[in-house]
Design a protein around this ligand. Structure first.
Ligand code: SF4
Length: 356
């Protein structure tokens, strides 16, 4: 029985890989229709949240993630850097705000932060928050005390991806276990922060692994508020440099199924956008992606620049989402947002005015 649409307002935490495989096997148009229907039940139409990602410490990472140019184990020609000064981070955050980002994400290539780094990280969070931006960090594994310290400083989101299915994970990373990742996410949640967790597709995994990743994310006791879906950006010198390309339709389907399984989460179209046509990106939005990274660098790989993003938004009539306590935590908030959106629709001819 198709129970994925029968009660889309209730969130399920008991998805099976078989059910998700079945969704992947659906005709493309049927899947897109289902995903867009779920999306419209939970989010204002035509709104996309915009985040900026800054690398605050680049390269020389001790981990061995096979897709990553920042691992010290691969010769990718990347220049390694020490932790960025707080002033430089704030300057970048101000620029991000000026170009319309609502969330500022700071990433460090670490296995985990050291205690000596914590005062700087706390300072960065406080300064970013004082600009009126939402804050997010990705720093590797966190113990419960570190998670609490970051939360106390006001950090809104913590990103830690599961990357792929538990079964395929060992092919990609050997220096950090899947369980360590789940433990970090537990620590983040227990400390009161919102969870940003997703994965990467196109790592040479099979379809069942893409299903397995989505099942892991959807079946968490509380689904991640933010779910980045990345398409591998192949970087010369990494072990996955020559892996076979994933078909873009398979990527779009992964977005659509993330939307269906996690109806209230922001699904983020993340790495890999640079190589996608406007039409592919539009299909990703149609499939329910409602968050992007904005800015010319996505950690260390290229990202479409702000102007081309804004041009695409304008062509598609997409507005940038304002900060309004998203993701929606109660049905009441959803209703209010949809009413707000309906009011906006009456002025549809002006729907892109915010982009100018
Ligand atoms: S993905 Fe993160 S943890 Fe893995 S090598 Fe790259 S920077 Fe290090």
């Amino acid at each position: 029985m198709d129970n994925t649409l029968s009660n889309t307002s209730s969130i399920r935490h008991d998805w099976t890989v078989k059910e998700v495989n079945d969704l992947f096997a659906m005709p493309f148009m049927d899947l897109m229709f289902k995903a867009q229907t779920v999306h419209r039940q939970h989010f204002p139409h035509n709104e996309v949240q915009v985040s900026t990602l800054l690398s605050i410490k680049t390269g020389a990472c001790p981990e061995d993630c096979k897709y990553c140019p920042q691992s010290a184990r691969y010769d990718t020609g990347l220049e390694k850097e020490t932790l960025m000064e707080v002033e430089k981070v704030i300057k970048a955050a101000k620029e991000a705000k000026a170009t319309g980002s609502t969330r500022f994400c700071m990433g460090a290539a670490w296995k985990n932060p050291k205690q000596r780094d914590m005062p700087y990280l706390v300072e960065m969070i406080k300064e970013v928050k004082s600009l009126g931006l939402e804050s997010c960090m990705t720093l590797g594994s966190l113990d419960d005390q570190q998670a609490q310290q970051l939360s106390n400083a006001g950090l809104d989101y913590y990103n830690h991806n599961l990357d792929t299915s538990p079964e395929y994970y060992g092919e990609i990373i050997t220096t950090r276990s899947y369980q360590e990742r789940l433990d970090t996410l537990d620590n983040v949640r227990s400390a009161g922060m919102k969870v940003c967790s997703g994965g990467i597709v196109g790592l040479g995994e099979e379809g069942k692994d893409r299903s397995g990743l989505l099942v892991q994310l959807a079946n968490m006791p509380v689904q991640p508020e933010s779910v980045p879906i990345n398409k591998l950006v192949k970087v010369k010198g990494t072990p996955l440099d020559n892996v076979e390309d994933l078909d873009n339709f398979e990527f779009i389907k992964t977005i659509a199924i993330a939307r269906i399984l996690m109806p209230k989460s922001h699904v983020r179209l993340s790495a890999g956008r640079e190589d996608m046509s406007e039409q592919t990106q539009a299909l990703c939005f149609m499939a329910g992606a409602n968050s992007i990274f904005y800015g010319c660098k996505l950690l260390t790989t290229a990202n479409p620049d702000e102007n081309s993003d804004m041009l695409l938004f304008k062509k598609l009539g997409i507005n940038k989402e304002e900060i309004h306590n998203s993701p929606y935590e109660t049905e009441k908030q959803v209703d209010a947002a949809i009413i707000r959106h309906a009011e906006k629709d009456e002025l549809f001819y002006d729907a892109t005015s915010k982009l100018n």
